[in-house]
Design a protein around this ligand. Structure first.
Ligand SMILES: *Cc1c(COP(=O)(O)O)cnc(C)c1O
Length: 408
């Protein structure tokens, strides 16, 4: 039997030093305790901050109709589902939600999951495996990447949005089963994938296209029906070559995710996705809250209209305010507005400066984004007011001028 040599340390003793290493590399993340306030304000460690860091794009997360629907759901079904969906966890509320999601996105069928991470990490390995080929945009979300790794399929990573490179990779691959995976709206840049072009490539090379619309669902397309509707590729134009995935904890304001597509594809995923089969079903109270959310997403066109006006106001304000500055506002039409600062230290300094002015915008640094492109990820929401945007623009304008003076 192996015994522990008292002179050599166990690996269990290494964690404090490893954490210190994260500290030295400025890679240690802090977790803040937040309490939601009115509008887009959060109380953060006791300080009241105007927040530009949530993905609650339509301002629905605390809507009274959703809260009421969650309470009603809890009264009718309890708070827990108590079993996996294929045993006894698939409540009537979850079934109704799936039908509503399929109808809303113009797909034949939908499957409702408790989280987006688990959806992508699970469905990719259910679709492809050893001997198959995966084609993945370099800026895809971590859960698509993890699903790809878990699948054992050969992964071809193409440069962001480089469809010529994607086509070359598709041509060169001898695999019979090819799966292209892409964010529909890229989470750190806010740009929208060229879905029609992706789909055309998939048609030409007999590939399946999996789109992650975490940041487009509820926001893009008529009535917020998502990226496929935005490009006119849903309903009677839905392609059996597309699997549509979206999360329900962002614009929808609740939690969970779903995948939608043709009857056979969704049935296969229900049978074979390990993160679905071997996990407790999402609570029915979330499904009832999501039904209320879907109604508001569909009805409240003003939320998308207001959000679009805020996006335009921010972009115009920053174009004017940041003239002559080295800070660069990314070319994004969505609620995700990246302000690229450059070095990690500089981005952190801007974040701290904003915080001192009562504003919270998260700095996103390498390795989450490429080296030299550390940025502020400004996330807008229909919960913001014009005055909120003006306050942010004013603060950034003043700070960029200070920054410029320090560097000349
Ligand atoms: C947030 C996000 C996910 C994960 O969804 P959760 O429901 O939060 O687990 C997946 N994909 C993208 C692109 C995301 O931004």
């Amino acid at each position: 039997m192996a015994s522990i040599d008292p002179l050599t340390n166990s690996w269990l003793d290494e964690f404090p030093a490893r954490i210190a290493q994260l500290d030295r590399a400025h890679l240690r993340r802090k977790r803040r305790v937040v309490v939601p306030q009115d509008g887009a304000y959060l109380q953060v460690d006791g300080q009241r901050l105007l927040a530009f860091c949530s993905n609650d794009y339509l301002g629905l997360a605390r809507h009274p109709a959703l809260v009421q629907a969650a309470c009603d759901g809890a009264r009718a079904f309890g708070v827990g589902s108590a079993a996996s969906p294929l045993v006894s966890g698939h409540s009537a509320a979850n079934e109704a939600l799936e039908q509503a999601l399929a109808r809303f996105t113009g797909q034949a069928r939908a499957l409702y999951f408790y989280a987006g991470y688990a959806t992508n990490a699970g469905i990719v390995p259910a679709l492809v495996g050893k001997g198959d080929a995966l084609f993945s945009d370099a800026l895809n979300h971590a859960c698509l990447i993890d699903g790809a790794r878990l699948s054992g399929a050969q992964i071809h990573r193409y440069p962001h949005a480089d469809l010529a490179a994607l086509e070359q990779a598709l041509i060169s691959s001898p695999a019979r089963r090819k799966l292209v995976i892409s964010d529909a709206v890229f989470s750190m840049d806010g740009d929208v994938a060229d879905v029609p072009a992706l789909l055309a490539l998939c048609e030409r090379h007999d590939a399946l296209l999996l789109l992650d619309d975490a940041h487009g669902f509820g926001v893009l397309g008529p009535q917020g029906r998502g990226c496929l509707a935005h490009f006119g590729l849903s309903g009677k134009n839905a392609s059996p070559r597309v699997l549509y995935m979206a999360t329900l904890g962002k614009a929808a304001g609740v939690a969970g995710a779903f995948v939608a597509g043709s009857e056979a594809l969704v049935e296969w995923l229900m049978q074979k996705t390990r993160s679905y089969v071997f996990a407790t079903a999402a609570p029915a109270m979330l499904a009832t809250a999501l039904q209320a959310s879907l109604q508001l997403i569909e009805q409240d066109e003003w939320r998308r209209g207001h959000l679009q006006r805020l996006i335009a106001r921010l972009r115009q304000g920053l174009f004017q305010g940041l003239q002559g500055s080295s800070w660069r506002l990314g070319d994004s039409p969505t609620a995700i507005q990246p302000l690229v600062i450059g070095s990690s230290d500089a981005a952190l300094a801007v974040m701290d400066g904003l915080r001192a002015r009562g504003i919270w915008v998260p700095a996103i640094r390498p390795p989450t984004v490429p080296e030299g492109t550390a940025r502020l990820r400004i996330a807008l929401s229909a919960a913001h007011t014009d005055a909120d945007i003006d306050q942010l623009v004013q603060a950034l304008t003043e700070m960029s001028q200070l920054h410029a003076t320090h560097h000349t």
